[in-house]
Design a protein around this ligand. Sequence first.
Ligand SMILES: Cc1cc2nc3c(=O)[nH]c(=O)nc-3n(C[C@H](O)[C@H](O)[C@H](O)COP(=O)(O)OP(=O)(O)OC[C@H]3O[C@@H](n4cnc5c(N)ncnc54)[C@H](O)[C@@H]3O)c2cc1C
Length: 508
Amino acid sequence: MRKRFGEIMGFHEVERTGQKHFDVLIIGAGAVGNAIAREISKNSQVTVAVLEKEPDTAFGISGRNSGVLHAGFNNKPGSFMARLCVLGSEGFEEEAKKLRVPFKRTGKLVIARYEEDRNQLLRLKEQGEASGVKDLRVVEKEELERLAGYPAGIAALWSGMTGIFDPFRYTVALAEAAFAQGTKFYFGRKVVAVEQGFVITAKNLVNGCMERYSSRVLINCAGLSAGEICKMAGSGEYIIHPCRGEYHVLDRKDSALPEMPIYPIPNEKEGGLGVHLTPTIDGNLMIGPSAEYLPEGWDPEDYSTTLNVMDRLKTEGVHLLPILEHAACIRSFSGIRPKLVSEKEGGYADFVIEESKKVPGMIQLLGIESPGLTASIPIGRAVAKTAGEILERLPSVSESEQHKLISPKPSAIPRTVQMEKGDLKMLCRCEGITEAAVLDAYDRICSIGAIPSVKGIKNRTRITMGYCQGSFCTINLLNVLTQKRGMDPFELLWSDFGSYLLEGSVRK
Ligand SMILES: Cc1cc2nc3c(=O)[nH]c(=O)nc-3n(C[C@H](O)[C@H](O)[C@H](O)COP(=O)(O)OP(=O)(O)OC[C@H]3O[C@@H](n4cnc5c(N)ncnc54)[C@H](O)[C@@H]3O)c2cc1C
């Protein structure tokens, strides 16, 4: 069989001459990195690039979570977590509109099943009010039943500011907005070394070459690998304790109830909010997440789901909503919290968002677990401000200026799908996804420099997310990309590098 990208160079390391210079380099194209890039690139005088090891954006934890816009009552008043979450929640209608991301302020219920849980509701309410969270009240049994649609408990904390949104489309939209303002994205670039200055070495996972980038400001928002990047840069010893959260996804027909997230009373020690029921913005119901610390030395990106946890989730889900006993699970997935506290310590540590004392000019973000998605836009604003101050403080680097890339600003990605003959053909029966939608997603992936994959197209359109989980539509997707975009079918990835959809032909 012929060789495909990645295999061509045998992944041996080739030093390339020349290095690309930017004012600001960001490591990680998750929601946080993209939100930062979007804020900084609003200033057209500043050149910004994002290095991402995966083929596309939203392949890290930004695409593996509950998709809840938190109100901020779960976090300690005065912490970054609480302050940035409240800001993120309050301004979200406007941002969702600008980014064209589906969002619903559904409200949320934290259920007290027994009288002795009532104090916990009051504690959460007081904690939220101390952080300025609006629209919090304790509701009694009758009102709870009316809001939840079933007799869920003896009382609950109602949070009117909580909502749900699509984390995939949100993260992609942030990247597209940053790109339209001039941010350059380099996908498939794994940062492997950081030298002072900043000179960054990244391995190009498509061709195996080593590439060099340099910048005046370096921003580390590498999620689960942020501790490793700090170590490379000599900017501090941070241990990330990966804590996995697994989910069941139910078919839409089983998801009639409830219309808002339903949470249990959180267990303070556990480091999660407890197994909850969350309707997605598209109408599925998710049960999860669990909270299991991965053993030391384990792959920190092991996104497996496990039988015992799946069974437990089902039991806990049924506890919250008995009719789930008969619900059909169509998929399972997991996300991993980049926690700064160990299992033994338990609970939460606050986000670390700071300019490194050891390596001035480097801004590091660690422990961005929940509510990091909700807080991502305010995080972006705060980091952009610090980056601006650093750039003003630093003398302009004339030598670097000479090889600065003067790249023409890309124009905004067109938002209207260009119709071609046959475009309305249905490719995905379960979700009603047309050829036009798939082609549009493919073109958008290519336009920001990402590498096409089924997962990337799924994240933008929902193809393969329905009841059949891709058994009907994956082949349709492949055919349309081959026929209408001339894509080599052997190049299409399922998700990450090496996960080719096709391995070879059975018949010639
Ligand atoms: C189970 C779970 C549920 C959650 N639920 C919610 C919720 O409902 N609401 C909410 O607000 N928040 C929630 N969160 C938190 C939220 O998902 C995260 O805080 C947020 O997505 C963090 O974004 P990020 O950009 O920091 O990380 P990521 O999305 O992981 O981005 C980091 C990126 O860095 C890249 N990278 C890593 N190493 C390198 C390298 N060496 N070179 C180049 N690139 C690199 C990774 O590939 C990745 O794409 C949840 C999290 C989990 C785990």
